[in-house]
Design a protein around this ligand. Structure first.
Ligand SMILES: [Zn+2]
Ligand SMILES: [Zn+2]
Length: 165
């Protein structure tokens, strides 16, 4: 599992040059039970906040940037007048997305907006056909990865092979 603290520090480092007046995050935690949201920011004092990030974003084979987008999204909620996903929050999110090419902060932090397939976009294997242009991505190890010779191309029945990414 990725280290949340390192991801937070890297995100804050990326954003420093933009001089965004973030509030004070008193506690960061990993949410192991989140079923709907990638992250959540709770107000616990006048200018103090608690943020949790879904454990699903900390899987080792994911791109760091996916978690960093959510961390930046939640951090923006700590800026004065930015608790809703509109107005100033939206402008700052746009500013980050436009100023730092790696960032793509989404307006919502629910699973519907950032889909599971996006989270899994780092495929580990590609199944390819030797005879036609058929390819299919696989994110996990499975029987076809182990024993491709037992399978045929679904398009042309040709022989398939596995390319490790
Ligand atoms: Zn939000
Ligand atoms: Zn084929």
């Amino acid at each position: 599992m990725k280290n949340l603290e390192i991801l937070i520090n890297n995100t804050i480092k990326d954003l420093t040059e933009l001089n965004i007046p973030f509030g004070n995050v008193e506690k960061w935690s990993v949410n192991t039970r989140a079923k709907k949201r990638w992250g959540q920011c709770k107000k616990i004092g006048l200018n103090t906040f608690e943020i949790n990030i879904s454990q699903l974003l900390l899987q080792d084979d994911l791109d760091d940037q996916i978690a960093k987008n959510v961390i930046a999204h939640e951090l923006l909620h700590t800026v004065k007048g930015c608790f809703a996903h509109k107005g100033k929050w939206k402008l700052l999110a746009q500013k980050i997305n436009q100023s730092i090419p790696d960032y793509n902060i989404k307006v919502r932090d629910t699973f519907e907006e950032i889909t599971i397939s996006e989270i899994e976009k780092k495929a580990k294997y590609i199944i390819k056909c030797r005879s036609c242009d058929f390819t299919a991505k696989r994110y996990k190890h499975s029987r076809v990865i182990d024993k491709p010779y037992l399978y045929r191309c679904p398009k042309c029945q040709g022989k398939i092979y596995i390319q490790k990414l």
